[in-house]
Write a protein that binds this ligand. Sequence first.
Ligand SMILES: [Zn+2]
Length: 60
Amino acid sequence: MDLLCERCYAPVDPDSDRFYRLAHLYGADHDGTVHWRNAVVHTVPCAAAGSAHDPHDRAA
Ligand SMILES: [Zn+2]
């Protein structure tokens, strides 16, 4: 499965990109089982999807 940055929607390459792994609470069942939605986001500043900004342009 390809990883997509949840902020800019660009692909994240786990071998060459720096990124955070996030876990968002998705919901819970009545028995207490908690469900998580996992996501990734670039560590470099990347603009929200639709702003036509490449996150790799700002890598110093
Ligand atoms: Zn990004």
